[in-house]
Design a protein around this ligand. Structure first.
Ligand code: UDP
Ligand code: MG
Length: 149
């Protein structure tokens, strides 16, 4: 298995709730290399492109507002690219299932995610689901020169 890169976003709900450190503390033991990291003010276009596969969903507008931080008065996310052996699946395992109540309690989302009246699953982080998604998302969020070679 060769090294893979994956995109992780610490979403505005995590930032608002003081959970940046908690999220990173769960990821750090994976021993992956951080090859990109930055603060991003998310435009509507970037949010819509990031979640393009969900554009037909009834919760799409709330989803964009969530990623843009409008719902949490926190207009930015933290974006990381992590690299290492089997990074995509290993980060997703630690992240847990999309629905916070279905995520295993020891995962990031199982520990910290929640459902709210906004209708969006506030599951505190995003992690690329597979190799194709990782490649697309890394190119969307980072310029090549922002990543360590
Ligand atoms: N989401 C939601 N309701 C749903 C499905 C998804 O609010 O029924 C939100 C949730 O925040 C999720 C994001 O949309 O993280 C992207 O959905 P996806 O199915 O790609 O889940 P993920 O890959 O984040 O586990
Ligand atoms: Mg997804």
């Amino acid at each position: 298995m060769t090294a893979q890169s994956t995109l992780v976003l610490i979403k505005p709900d995590a930032i608002r709730r003081g959970l940046i450190g908690a999220a990173i503390a769960r990821l750090e033991p994976l021993g992956l290399e951080i090859i990109g990291a930055k603060v991003v003010r998310v435009s509507r276009d970037l949010a819509a492109e990031h979640y393009r596969q969900l554009r037909e969903k009834p919760f799409f507008e709330q989803l964009l507002e969530h990623l843009q931080g409008t719902l949490h008065d926190t207009p930015y996310v933290l974006a990381f690219v992590l690299r290492g052996e089997d990074a995509i699946a290993r980060v997703r395992d630690v992240t847990g299932a999309t629905h916070p109540e279905q995520a295993h309690p020891t995962t990031i989302r199982g520990s910290f995610g929640r459902m709210t009246a906004s209708g969006v699953m506030e599951n505190i982080i995003h992690a690329s689901a597979d190799a194709r998604e990782a490649q697309r998302e890394i190119a969307l969020w980072f310029k090549p020169e922002e990543l360590l070679g």
